[in-house]
Design a protein around this ligand. Structure first.
Ligand code: SF4
Ligand code: ZN
Length: 347
């Protein structure tokens, strides 16, 4: 049976059904709708004002690739300029290939690129060294906890170096729903309360951050990358299989199969969450070492580095006292396979 006509232009044959709405669209109309929805997210949320110099956290994976591509399309209308900032965590056999993809993107799209490395920023510590230190085996369940905290700091530093006024990351709705679910499963009310909204306004001197793809489903991000023929890196980090996030992801898939709106419902639930006064975390102060926002004497990054440098890396991640929970920080969105390996809902 031939594919139906596109429900938007009524001329071309439809190439897909939108995963959430079931609407049949041709590739041109789907890509235009996807870009218009990201534009709406940015404009309605007042995320990136005209004149903003935007540091795009670029990992080479599908999410940040799609984010950079869409923002480049929208930049003239938004009146913003873009600068790719990539973080080299020092993960052998993984990050070098991903950085090569970022370099290709920067060259093709004629966007400036700056790479900042953990080893340079954090006194020689790479993620491989952190993994050896925390587990002695090259792998550790807490790798993503360290990596998430250090990457946030590294991206902030890279953005400052290039004179950015705003930072954007490629987290999509599925990433956000996983984070909400993980925080529920841990009973972490403080993080749940902080995790809502489309970004943070830049408290304590930090640059404002936002996630323009936060309402876009992972499936549609993959479809957009596929139809735009974007070149991205799709292998999983060597430490990812150890992460608690994988369990949240599996659970979310089950929930979504039973209730297709589960992902967005979870994202919106975090936005609307109101904490009783007694459950609210105390207002953060300043880290005594680096001045960043901190709820204790040291910020998360300084506490983790302190533990690493003292040879007691697990001190800072919540063993015996209230520290960082394992997998406590949203890790970088992981690629979920090359475009052609994802089921493309078509006809
Ligand atoms: Fe870092 Fe992501 Fe790898 Fe975890 S999965 S160690 S957050 S790059
Ligand atoms: Zn600090």
């Amino acid at each position: 049976m031939p594919a139906p006509r596109c429900a938007s232009c009524h001329k071309a044959r439809a190439a897909l059904r939108r995963p959430r709405s079931g609407q049949a669209l041709c590739t041109t109309c789907f890509c235009a709708a996807f870009e218009a929805e990201v534009l709406h997210t940015v404009v309605a949320g007042r995320l990136l004002p005209p004149g903003a110099v935007v540091a795009v956290g670029a990992s080479g994976g599908k999410d940040s690739t799609v984010l950079a591509h869409v923002l480049r399309e929208l930049a003239p209308r938004l009146g913003i300029s873009l600068h790719l900032v990539a973080v080299d965590e020092g993960i052998g056999g993984y990050r070098d290939a991903a950085l090569a993809a970022v370099r290709r993107q920067a060259a093709r799209w004629e966007l400036p690129l700056t790479v900042v490395a953990y080893a340079e920023l954090f006194g020689g510590w790479t993620m491989d060294a952190v993994a050896r230190s925390t587990a002695g085996s090259g792998r550790s369940r807490s790798c993503c906890t360290f990596c998430g905290v250090l990457r946030r700091r590294a991206l902030e530093e890279g953005a400052r170096r290039v004179g950015a006024t705003h930072v954007v990351t490629g987290h999509n709705a599925d990433d956000m729903a996983e984070t909400v679910l993980m925080n529920f499963l841990r009973g972490d009310a403080g993080r749940l309360a902080r995790g809502g909204g489309l970004g943070s306004p830049g408290e304590g001197g930090a640059l404002p951050r936002c996630r323009p793809l936060q309402l876009a489903s992972q499936k549609e991000v993959v479809l957009y990358a596929h139809f735009r023929r974007l070149d991205y890196f799709s292998e999983e980090c060597v430490y990812a299989p150890e992460a608690f996030r994988g369990h949240a992801r599996d659970l979310l898939k089950l929930l979504e199969a039973a209730r297709p709106s589960a992902v967005l419902d979870l994202v919106h639930s975090a936005e609307r969450l109101a904490l009783a006064p007694a459950a609210r975390p105390p207002p953060p102060g300043a880290c005594s070492r680096c001045g960043a926002l901190a709820s204790r004497a040291l910020c998360q990054a300084c506490a983790l580095l302190e533990g690493l440098n003292r040879g007691r890396p697990r001190l800072a991640i919540g063993k015996g006292r209230r520290g960082l929970d394992e997998e406590g920080s949203p890790r970088e969105p992981q690629p979920s396979g090359p475009p052609t390996s994802e089921p493309i809902p078509g006809f």
